[in-house]
Design a protein around this ligand. Structure first.
Ligand SMILES: [Zn+2]
Ligand SMILES: [Zn+2]
Length: 348
């Protein structure tokens, strides 16, 4: 009996080995649909064309061909097609071309299967007939939706940073261990919190004006970065300087608080060094005034900032000139004695 089993097993093993050698396929160990992003916002009934970027981990360096078109479910009318490419050995991004005309508002879902892993990628389709969102807000690529009622721009986010972090769970495709020097050269010490998906809604005035009385910024979210991560002010607690918190800033200078809400108090290093630049638009405070990196567009460090940590001049995004905040290396890092304008609201 044992002898005959062995005779059957040997040819099967030989066939399996031969197959592996002839067809080495692209494999990943992790795929993050929640860390995915789309290059454009979708509106019901309007032709859509965008690129979706999906982070993976544990790539095996193999190449892969164009995929077949995956039809959306939930909201129909869209397809997502994997673009041909070559995996990096380790973490990287896979790209999908997403096209079509979404048939209704809601969530279009794509059942992604890539490199032996699968997950569901979701795209929020905004309702038709809403007013055209001011174009500068299209720079907020990490939002799950952006709508406009004529007065306020409403931005929703899940607050999932699109960069690696020591604060993602170790099973997450964007998890990366970190040690050594972080912001301002202090040694990184991880805090006990880990990144958790949030559900946040920012309502920001589209036409900001200077307030006659400048409200102080509260603890908690005071604005939103272009990748959908909230900005916090320069305090760790009531009248407590940030000094003791800086040590827990990760490789891109953010960290999560007790409920897992990831945030930036200082320059978002991923946006200033990888995704955009030191002089680029970083996001908006709740008062509707834009936030820029530490540099002006001529690559000089911003100077002449007032006590609210801003000043007024022309930028590429605002050819008519605008009051704007700048990040700085020293306190207050982002904003100073409060909001320059009248803040909108943020809800969770
Ligand atoms: Zn913090
Ligand atoms: Zn400036």
């Amino acid at each position: 009996m044992r002898f005959s089993l062995l005779l059957v097993a040997i040819p099967i093993i030989l066939i399996a080995c031969k197959k592996d050698q002839a067809n080495t396929s692209a494999l990943v160990t992790g795929l993050s649909c929640s860390g995915g992003s789309f290059s454009a916002q979708a509106t019901a009934g309007m032709a859509y064309s965008a690129t979706a970027t999906l982070p993976y981990s544990g790539g095996n360096g193999q190449s892969f061909p164009v995929g077949t078109a995956l039809a959306s479910t939930g909201v129909s009318g869209l397809t997502a097609t994997l673009q041909a490419g070559t995996l990096t050995s380790g973490t990287g991004n896979s790209m999908y071309s997403v096209t079509g005309t979404p048939q209704s508002a809601g969530t279009a879902s794509f059942a992604i299967s890539f490199g032996g892993q699968s997950c569901t990628l979701s795209l929020v389709v905004n309702p038709a007939g809403g007013m055209q969102v001011p174009s500068v807000y299209s720079k907020i690529y990490g939002a799950t939706s952006i709508t406009f009622d004529g007065t306020f721009v409403t931005i929703k986010t899940n607050d999932q940073p699109d960069h690696k972090s020591a604060y993602y769970p170790t099973t997450h495709a964007l998890y990366e261990a970190f040690s050594g020097a972080t912001f301002s050269g202090v040694n990184f010490v991880i805090n006990p919190n880990r990144i958790a998906t949030q559900s946040m809604t920012f309502k920001i005035p589209a036409n900001p004006t200077m307030a006659s009385t400048h409200a102080a910024t509260p603890l908690g979210p005071i604005g939103i970065a272009i990748n959908g991560v909230p900005f916090f002010n320069q305090y760790a607690g009531p009248n407590q300087p940030l000094t003791n918190e800086i040590t827990s800033f990760d490789q891109y200078w953010g960290h999560p608080q007790q409920t897992g809400m990831y945030h930036y108090h200082v320059e978002p290093k991923y946006l200033t060094t990888i995704k955009a630049s030191k002089s680029a638009l970083m996001g908006f405070l709740l008062d509707g005034f834009p936030v820029y990196g530490p540099w002006e567009e001529n690559n000089s460090v911003a100077t002449g900032l007032d006590v609210y940590h801003g000043h007024t001049h022309v930028t590429l995004d605002y050819p008519g000139g605008i009051y704007h905040y700048h990040f700085s290396d020293a306190s207050p890092y982002l904003n100073g004695n409060g909001y320059w304008g009248t803040p909108g609201t943020v809800g969770q």
